[in-house]
Design a protein around this ligand. Structure first.
Ligand code: NAD
Length: 247
């Protein structure tokens, strides 16, 4: 579905992002995965190469909120792989603090990664895509972008902003043949969720109509569809992939 396409996936070293990288590679794309540390990037690359030595995959670890580092990295990807067709803005952190204990610095740092970095990466990618004649930008939102959550307000606030960037930029960039969509996962069995004890998981599952948490592959398949030409007339959408949990 992505033969000869070139993708950049931020937060591609583990969890949902890693599965997106793998799914894109399996579907013929060349992929640059981005992570926060050299060590985790190298580990992810080694894991992928061990699975299939033919995968065309590379990795970088720029500061995603630094416009110069990001522009340089994206240019490097374009030079190495010949184009930049798909950007997946997936890197993100969450929050749980109550408002009363919330350190304003923690609020700033969640915004810096979940929102500012998404803006910076999108701007760098869109400049290249416009020149190339088009592209696809995909963002990782969350089911908490619909109703919020009972604590850690920085997280849903950042994901409401992700939806805002998605809907607004779809309108701004359509004329340049750039589609912009988001995937809003529900509770997904990444390492963090998989490590939770049975007694915490069971009541959560009871609230999900499909009766289970999502797998990283459930989420990656939605990204695959939106990245592919199958979604050629889809833009400005926030696609919920949450078993109808909706927070
Ligand atoms: P994860 O913690 O397993 O992976 C996070 C990724 O982001 C890693 O690759 C990490 O390197 C990268 N990252 C973290 N901090 C970074 C930084 N400062 N700079 C650059 N990269 C950084 O998380 P996940 O569960 O796979 O989440 C991925 C995305 O999915 C996030 O945007 C998250 O908000 C969203 N999401 C997750 C769930 C879930 O239940 N797991 C649900 C809804 C939305």
């Amino acid at each position: 579905m992505l033969k000869n396409k070139v993708a950049i996936v931020t937060g591609g070293t583990r969890g949902i992002g890693y599965e997106v990288v793998k799914t894109f590679l399996e579907n013929g794309a060349k992929v640059a995965l981005l992570g926060s540390k050299e060590e985790s990037v190298n580990k992810a690359l080694a894991r992928l190469k061990a699975e299939n030595g033919q995968y065309e995959v590379t990795g970088f670890y720029p500061d995603l909120a630094d416009p110069e580092q990001v522009a340089q990295t994206f240019q490097n990807v374009k030079e190495a792989f010949g184009s930049l067709d798909i950007l997946v803005n997936n890197a993100g952190i969450s929050a749980r603090e109550s408002l009363y204990d919330y350190d304003p610095k923690a609020f700033e740092s969640i915004m810096r990664l979940n929102v500012n970095a998404m803006f910076v990466c999108t701007q760098a990618a869109a400049r290249i895509m416009k020149e190339q004649g088009g592209g696809v930008i995909l963002n990782t939102s969350s089911m908490v972008s619909i109703y919020g959550q009972p604590s850690g307000v920085g997280y849903p606030a950042s994901k409401f902003a992700v939806n805002g960037l998605t809907k607004s930029l779809a309108r701004e960039l359509g004329k340049d043949n750039i589609r912009v969509n988001a995937v809003a996962p529900g509770i997904t069995a990444t390492d963090m969720v998989a490590a939770l004890p049975e007694e915490m998981i069971k009541p959560l599952i009871a609230t999900i109509p499909l009766g289970r948490v999502g797998t990283p592959r459930d989420i990656a398949n939605a990204f695959l569809f939106l990245a592919s030409d199958m979604a050629s007339y889809v833009t400005g959408e926030i696609l919920s992939v949450d078993g109808a949990a909706r927070a």
